[in-house]
Design a protein. Structure first.
Length: 188
């Protein structure tokens, strides 16, 4: 079935008292996710013919959809899921549909740029890749239930026509990249 609607998203920047922090400040993360034409929000809106939209979540200490949480533990000794569990516990009173957790590069990602629950409500981003619109779109599509796009069973990455094929622009400028026909129908 088609997925449609407007969803509140909370972006959480994880920092610690040991100096580990994402490269992006709150203003940069707001711009990357909710801001202008280079944001994932704008791209998701365009890819779904305005049927899927994301809005900044609101709540205590949330600035334009972005919350910075300072961990009392050294994040360099955690993996993305441990860091994410800390973030989710510290933000449990903030209502939202989806959470994007931006971790310092020191957090262990097992060689990946990002991870997302599929389907689910949480995605995790290594700071190096946290400003890449293509990576955001890829992970949000997993949250919405999308599998990797490709010709091989098990979800190969070899479909060059789809953000879930993992062949988009791996840089901040990003490309106007959407989904293949099947996923375009699924996501709006």
């Amino acid at each position: 079935s088609n997925i449609e609607g407007t969803f509140d998203v909370l972006v959480i920047r994880m920092v610690d008292k040991f100096g580990n922090a994402p490269k992006q400040d709150e203003a940069k993360m707001h711009s990357d996710v909710f801001g202008g034409e280079k944001s994932v929000g704008q791209q998701l809106n365009a890819c779904s013919n305005s049927k899927l939209q994301i809005m900044p979540a609101e709540g205590d200490n949330v600035v334009k959809g972005v919350l910075t949480i300072e961990a009392s533990i050294n994040l360099a000794s955690t993996n993305y899921r441990e860091s994410g569990n800390y973030a989710m516990a510290a933000s449990k009173n903030i209502e939202r549909h989806y959470t994007m957790i931006v971790c310092p590069d020191e957090v262990e990602f097992q060689g990946a740029a990002a991870y997302a629950e599929r389907p689910g409500r949480i995605s995790y981003f290594k700071s190096t890749y946290a400003s890449y619109k293509f990576i955001h779109l890829h992970e949000i599509a997993h949250n919405l239930g999308g599998f990797h796009s490709g010709t091989l069973l098990g979800g190969s990455y070899d479909d060059y026509t789809c953000a879930l094929g993992n062949k988009g622009a791996w840089n901040e400028s990003g490309a106007a990249f959407c989904f293949n026909g099947v996923k375009t129908w699924q996501f709006g």
